[in-house]
Design a protein around this ligand. Structure first.
Ligand SMILES: Cc1cc2nc3c(=O)[nH]c(=O)nc-3n(C[C@H](O)[C@H](O)[C@H](O)COP(=O)(O)OP(=O)(O)OC[C@H]3O[C@@H](n4cnc5c(N)ncnc54)[C@H](O)[C@@H]3O)c2cc1C
Length: 547
């Protein structure tokens, strides 16, 4: 029997949903860079005839993840005469550790930053990533592989999104960092203070580990800054130490607090090696590997996303022949605390379709030990900052971008994309000729970005939180209700697109404004609730009035 179109769409979606997040890719740790010259940057105000306000002479960007590097690229063009410092506690953010080397989907939002700022880069995003409409997903059941499923193209009018490894994306961005930006890697910011006599902030940092102490002549180095851009992630030190408490607003999600770890498998791994159905995987395709085990704390599926094999060499990074198999579970799952030997037994029992030893092993030697010692990443519950800027005077302030402003589990693949839009909006607010002070410009950023930030975090909470196949009776029940709701909206939207919106997950790929998407979803929720309540009322009144 042919599957019903909706079943087939939802099957694809479910596979997409399983795969959409995580995956880890690891680079060998790089040698730390030579010690940057120690200096304390001055922070007098500068006059730029293009602006009606005194432009910041010094800017400190804390955090050199995607948001921080993007901000450094953007601000160095906007304020060519400002001294810009980019500070990060990792030894060199171009080489990410395995816990941070997952694959990410860069959609039309992220692409708008890339088109504006990286158009002349010698290596393009297209060269190092896989387009979302050009690969297939294959489910590897424990006995036989299922036929491949092409991914649905959600909106052919929008630019195609790309799957890219985080380390590759960060390297792509850092390649476009101008020389004028001073980088302070291996430097953990541990103090931030507004000095009124100088009308600027003092940002102090020290070596982030004993191994890197040679980077710093003194215990504490510092830069002065009229503007601090906080791009230091979900637990932002800058936000917590410069903004009024409480700094964030949290929403609970079924995906919050799940732990993500990645097992590095060979990019071209072999499955069913001991049978007549040997399957040689293609690095540019995705695989969902099913487990034999079904128990609460033993069930596990592996999500393996596509990679571009030539990306590392194009970016002059050490070549890694592996790609991450995403593992996302609750903290009490067996694999989160197992040692290397137990892991070996567990994986061999769970996945008879793969080999974990010998010549046909899907992993390199020592991978289980690395995995066992890796803490992984814990997804945050969706949260947003209560304010996106704080100012100490008309000419000095702090602004939040990226995960420091909004953080959530990767269900909707928006973290990087929203971060890059933050940078574009900040650039737009700062470059407006209408503002009389830096403080005014930051206010305008907050005015535009705050509603979007709140809507984004709500969308992260409701759009797709059950995609990790959470175990446990209540989770399974909620998952079923969520799927019923998802399919109802999909059908209603298909027949009455003007009245009902589909799940936000679809809309996110075609509509730029989070506020508009949320508004449409909320309207559909209200309509569905009214219809359900009316039906229940009619049913109960029929029962009450016999005959
Ligand atoms: C498994 C997984 C899959 C994901 N998939 C997607 C996806 O498909 N699409 C998408 O858009 N997003 C995705 N995301 C989310 C995305 O990775 C984040 O939203 C994004 O990395 C945020 O960038 P950021 O620069 O704001 O923060 P981060 O990437 O967290 O960078 C913060 C930086 O600040 C530094 N730092 C922190 N504190 C200090 C300090 N005190 N001093 C100095 N430096 C400091 C850190 O070292 C770090 O380099 C995914 C996330 C995960 C975990």
């Amino acid at each position: 029997m042919m599957p019903h179109p909706i079943c087939s769409i939802s099957r694809r979606l479910i596979v997409l949903i399983v795969l959409i997040n995580a995956s880890c890719f690891g680079f060998a740790p790089s040698a730390p860079r030579a010690s940057p010259p120690r200096r304390t940057l001055p922070a007098q105000l500068a006059c730029d005839p293009r602006f009606a306000y005194d432009t910041p002479a010094s800017i400190a960007i804390v955090g050199a993840g995607p948001a921080g590097i993007a901000a450094a690229i953007s601000l160095s063009k906007l304020y060519p005469s400002s001294a810009i410092s980019l500070i990060d506690e990792t030894p060199d953010p171009k080489f990410f550790d395995m816990t941070k080397s997952y694959l990410q989907l860069v959609d039309f939002r992220g692409l708008s930053f890339i088109d504006r700022h990286l158009s002349s880069a010698s290596v393009k995003l297209e060269d190092i990533s896989i387009p979302n409409n050009e690969f297939i997903i294959q489910v590897l059941e424990t006995d036989l592989p299922k036929p491949p499923i092409p991914l649905p193209i959600v909106d052919s009018n929008r630019p195609t999104p790309y799957w890219v490894q985080r380390g590759h994306f960060v390297k792509l961005l850092s390649n476009s960092l101008p020389e004028s930006v001073s980088t302070f890697y291996g430097s953990k910011v541990s103090k931030v203070e507004y000095v009124s006599s100088k009308d600027s902030y003092e940002v102090s940092f020290s070596s982030s580990s004993d191994d890197l102490s040679f980077l710093h002549e003194n215990d504490l180095d510092k830069v002065e800054a009229n503007l601090i851009v906080a791009a230091d992630g979900k637990n932002s030190f800058i936000r917590e130490n410069t903004f009024e408490q409480p700094t964030t607003q949290r929403r609970n999600s079924p995906a919050g607090k799940l732990r993500f770890k990645a097992l590095q498998v060979r990019a071209d791994f072999t499955a069913y090696a001991n049978s007549s159905d040997v399957l040689q995987s293609d690095p540019s395709n995705a695989y969902a590997v099913r487990s034999v085990k079904k128990g609460y704390d033993t069930k596990l599926d592996l999500g393996i996303l596509p990679i571009k094999s030539t990306a590392s060499s194009l970016l002059s990074l050490p070549v890694n022949k592996c790609r991450p198999a995403n593992i996302i579970t609750r903290d009490d799952h067996f694999i989160q605390s197992a040692n290397a030997n137990d892991l070996q037994d567990f994986f061999e029992d769970s996945f008879p379709q793969l080999s974990f030893s010998g010549k046909i092993s899907v992993i390199e030697k020592g991978e289980f030990s690395r995995f066992a010692n890796s803490p992984g990443t814990v997804f945050p519950h969706p949260q947003h900052a209560k304010r996106l800027k704080t100012t100490a005077s008309p000419n000095s302030g702090v602004v939040l971008i990226g995960d420091a402003a909004h953080a959530f589990p990767p269900d909707i693949a928006q973290g990087i994309n929203a971060a890059l839009v933050d940078v574009l909006e900040l650039e737009s607010a700062l470059s407006s000729t209408n503002h009389n002070s830096l403080a005014d410009a930051l206010c305008s950023y907050q005015k535009v970005r705050m509603p979007e930030t709140k809507a984004l975090v709500r969308l992260a909470q409701i759009s797709n939180p059950f995609q990790y196949k959470q175990t446990g009776f209540m989770s399974k029940l909620r998952q079923k209700l969520w799927t019923a709701n998802f399919i109802t909206r999909l059908v209603l939207h298909k027949f009455f697109p003007q009245v009902f919106s589909a799940n936000a997950f679809f809309a996110l790929q075609s509509e730029a404004s989070y506020v508009k998407i949320l508004r449409r979803c909320d309207r559909t929720t209200a309509l569905l609730s009214t219809i359900t309540a009316s039906l229940l009322f009619l049913l109960s009144s029929k029962k009450l009035i016999p005959g």
